[in-house]
Design a binder for this molecule. Structure first.
Ligand SMILES: [Cu+2]
Length: 150
């Protein structure tokens, strides 16, 4: 009798099915775009102002007080005096309502305090009548008028 029984291993190597969990880590590389705008400083050719307005001390006033320019013109104010002056076309800065007025759609502007010899340039883009004042001399009636035509 052939006892040589080929015993097949009945025990199956049961391997528990393991789900391999694949964790994908997506590294998000932050792409930073370097703006070139900072490096691009446009140096526009300085055009001569269409009008120069002087600021004087005695009495404190703009000379000329009233003038007319065109849209696109640049007006230059010059502190031709020995004290501080300003070109203030901002209604919020007026002590007395009405001392500053701007045409509809015009943005307020303000030179801030100008030292003797300082200049301030502004290019008008909106037509209409501008009434502006000098911060130190509003009480003295230092108010200017500009009519900007199209
Ligand atoms: Cu002034």
């Amino acid at each position: 009798m052939d006892k040589s029984l080929a015993e097949f291993p009945t025990s199956k190597g049961t391997r528990p099915t393991r789900k391999a969990i694949w964790m994908k880590r997506v590294a998000l590389a932050g792409v930073s775009l370097v703006g070139l705008a900072a490096a691009m400083s446009a140096t526009a050719a300085l055009a001569a102002p269409a009008l120069v307005i002087k600021m004087t001390d005695k009495p404190p006033m703009y000379e000329p007080t009233k003038a007319t320019v065109k849209v696109g013109d640049t007006v230059e104010w010059v502190n031709d005096a020995k004290t501080l002056h300003s070109v203030t076309a901002d209604p919020d800065s007026a002590q007395k309502p009405g001392d500053v007025s701007l045409p509809p759609g015009a943005q307020p502007f303000d030179s801030g305090f100008m030292q003797p010899g300082a200049t301030f340039d502004y290019t008008f883009k909106v037509a209409g009548t501008y009434k502006y004042l000098c911060l130190p001399h509003e009480k003295d009636g230092m108010i200017g008028y500009l009519v900007v035509t199209k």
